[in-house]
Design a protein around this ligand. Structure first.
Ligand code: XIL
Length: 499
């Protein structure tokens, strides 16, 4: 095994909760001394060798032996949703289905993902509830199962459809208030149901000494782009949320319901997108994977299998992508059965493996590696923020102390052969009306495109300056621009000058 692979395994292991460690430790130990282990014959065993879980959405009436044989993680498909278990005052009811699933998972040595606490859909008696009532429910639900739940989807599907990059405007997000009118909900004076729900969930986890990790989950957030190379604004918005609330959010779920909607297709930049979230320090999971067979011209086989390979490979290539969950066992029992999007045919406990199953198993058996991601098309953030998100709690320290003028910090998402850099420009103690940032790239690195900035030069010393809408920055406030390049760009030291 090469040292890169060993290092990735190490990172993956440290990122995983104890339960996963128990699940995979023996397999990993064998792997590290024996590079060519025999191919595993179940999804869960092959995944364990690669240091991740492979899970399934399940219901109490479908707990057939295959669940524990093939899968190492279980998400209740419907039994932990508020419409099943919440009372209007945030209490619990009808938990027997959820209990059955948690017990089944435990006796089959499977992790559980709790799904889900705060969601506009399937809200049942909680529909329209206040944040205080949501907080009561969050406390009751988390405490009911405690550390038996490895991951909780605290907030589900907070972002609007159609790649707008906006929050939904229906309840519970209708409770949000943008106090200073700067276009985001990240400021201390703002009201944000995402932030407040995560703060509550984090309190409960800490008070109980629980190992449960807290996740945000959404769909159409899988790639950096959507069809036609358009930036994935929904993914960018999710990224901003995680970056701003990193202290409360431990993990990000990409639902990965792929179909032929232009915003739901499989793009080549899924791995790069997973990587940038991983670089924020969160675990990433593929949480509800199904792939509409239409995406492969209805060939019911090879094309769909290749699509599964792509998605599984994207996760395997990022050490912090620690689990993949398919949204059901077989096509006929899927929530979207007409799309034939899963790994098995058949039903009622009698299942046949599809080509997609064999592809996934084969890909998992190859393990994690450092195959570079395909080159990604230019990424332009969604709506350029006039006043960008401000981290209410932990703004990154500037490289030079802000006086008058400006300072700049850079954060990098890198992969073998390429990188995306995000540069934050912060005004000092006085407002500025324009800025320029100079950076010297290491030799071999070349900038291929930039956004939210004008650029001169592409290698060596490169100069960026504000565009029309982001030159004015108030005292102590920040704006961001980004650029993408080939090669390696470590150790960048941006120098900011107010103009
Ligand atoms: C779906 C279930 O699979 C269906 O059985 C139910 O009727 C509707 O919800 N995103 C989610 C899941 O987060 O909870 C949804 O599950 C699928 C989309």
């Amino acid at each position: 095994m090469n040292s890169d692979l060993r290092q990735r395994r190490k990172v993956a292991r440290t990122a995983l909760p104890t339960a996963v460690l128990l699940l995979i430790s023996s397999a990993v130990a064998v792997q590290s001394s024996a590079p060519a282990a025999a191919a595993e014959t179940t999804l869960r065993a092959a995944a364990a060798n690669a240091g991740l879980f492979f899970g399934v959405a399940a219901s109490p009436n479908r707990l057939y032996p295959i669940v524990g044989q093939e899968f190492s993680q279980l998400t209740p498909e419907n039994d932990m949703k508020p419409d099943r278990i919440a009372t209007s005052s945030g209490g619990l009811q009808n938990t027997s289905g959820a209990d059955t699933l948690v017990n089944h998972a435990q006796s089959n040595n499977m992790l559980v993902r709790g799904h889900t606490l705060v969601w506009h859909s399937q809200a049942g008696a909680l529909q329209g509830a206040s944040q205080a009532t949501l907080n009561t429910f969050i406390g009751n639900a988390i405490n009911r199962w405690g550390s038996r739940i490895a991951y909780w989807d605290v907030v589900n599907e907070a972002l609007e459809d159609n790649n707008t990059g906006r929050r939904r405007n229906q309840w519970p997000h209708s409770m949000n208030r943008d106090a200073n009118g700067d276009g985001d909900f990240f400021d201390a004076g703002d009201t944000d149901v995402i932030r407040d729900s995560f703060i509550r969930a984090k309190q409960v986890v800490q008070a109980g000494g629980l190992t449960t990790k807290l996740c945000i989950n959404d769909y159409d957030v899988d790639g950096l782009t959507v069809q036609g190379g358009t930036p994935n604004r929904k993914a960018n918005a999710l990224y901003d949320i995680v970056r701003n609330y990193r202290q409360y959010i431990d993990c990000v779920g990409f639902q990965a319901h792929f179909n032929d909607n232009p915003n739901s297709i499989i793009t080549d930049d899924i791995q790069a997108n997973i990587q940038r979230f991983a670089d924020l320090g969160v675990e990433v999971h593929i949480t509800e994977l199904d792939i509409d067979d239409d995406l492969s011209n209805n060939d019911i086989g090879a094309g769909q299998a290749e699509n599964y390979r792509k998605v599984v490979r994207a996760c395997l290539n990022v050490a912090q992508c620690t689990g993949i969950t398919v949204w059901g066992i077989s096509d006929s029992e899927s929530w979207r059965s007409s799309e034939r999007g899963l790994l098995f045919t058949g039903g009622n406990g009698s299942y046949q493996k599809k080509a997609a199953y064999h592809a996934v198993l084969d890909e998992l058996n190859k393990g994690r590696n450092s195959t570079p991601p395909p080159s990604t098309p230019p990424v332009t953030p969604s709506v350029p923020p006039t006043t960008p998100p401000v981290d209410p709690t932990t703004p990154p320290p500037p490289t030079t102390p802000p006086t008058t003028g400006c300072s700049a910090t850079v954060s990098l998402n890198s992969w073998t052969g390429g990188f995306v850099a995000t540069v934050r420009v912060t005004a000092g103690t006085a407002p500025i009306s324009g800025w320029s940032v100079q950076l010297t790239l290491p030799s071999g690195a070349t900038v291929t495109n930039a956004w939210n900035a004008n650029r001169s030069g592409s290698s060596g010393t490169v100069q960026f300056s504000n565009v029309s809408y982001n030159g004015s920055v108030n005292a102590g406030q920040s704006t961001e621009f980004g650029f993408q390049g080939t090669g390696t760009a470590t150790g960048l030291t941006p120098v900011c000058t107010a103009t």
